[in-house]
Ligand binder design. Structure first.
Ligand SMILES: [Zn+2]
Length: 157
């Protein structure tokens, strides 16, 4: 589960910080949902360093503090980046191109946060097919779990 360290959200405006808080709430909801674990266990992963889906779920759910640095690079196609970390990382600094992060919704940013978190825990996507790598699988899983969460919220009212 993610704790946002707002002191390490360098360059963030009040609006970006507010959106970030909402994004982190989405990511934590997704991580806590049983469907997250279920999907991690049922999918195959490349570049997982021998980790099983069950282990990946456990790894992604460990307590971690996140900071997000914002930068402006309007000509770049890069949404964001993170230094490659290790499985037991306690802190992950994400670098966010504000063109995309503020342009997207808080829900879409949550997907990017989960992708970058996978890098923070040491998972890469250096080979094709990228979509089977842990970071890109996290984008897919995030979207699938969000669908389930929305359906549950709809039926609860
Ligand atoms: Zn990536």
């Amino acid at each position: 589960m993610i704790t946002l360290d707002e002191k390490r959200c360098y360059g963030a405006t009040a609006k970006e910080l507010a959106q970030l808080r909402t994004s982190i709430e989405y990511v934590n909801k997704v991580l806590a949902h049983p469907k997250f674990d279920e999907l991690c266990r049922s999918l195959t992963f490349t570049e997982a360093e021998g980790d099983s889906g069950a282990f990946i779920a456990l790894n992604m759910r460990q307590p971690v503090t996140v900071g997000v640095s914002f930068y402006s690079r309007w000509w770049s196609k890069v949404v964001g980046w993170t230094n490659l970390g290790s499985k037991s990382a306690e802190f992950v600094q994400i670098h966010a191109n504000r063109k995309f992060w503020l342009g997207n919704s808080a829900e879409e940013d949550g997907s990017n946060i989960l992708h970058e978190l996978a890098h923070g825990f040491g998972y890469t996507h250096s080979r094709k097919p990228w979509f089977k790598s842990v970071p890109y699988r996290m984008n897919f899983i995030y979207e699938e779990v969000m669908k389930v969460i929305k359906a549950e919220e709809m039926s609860a009212v």
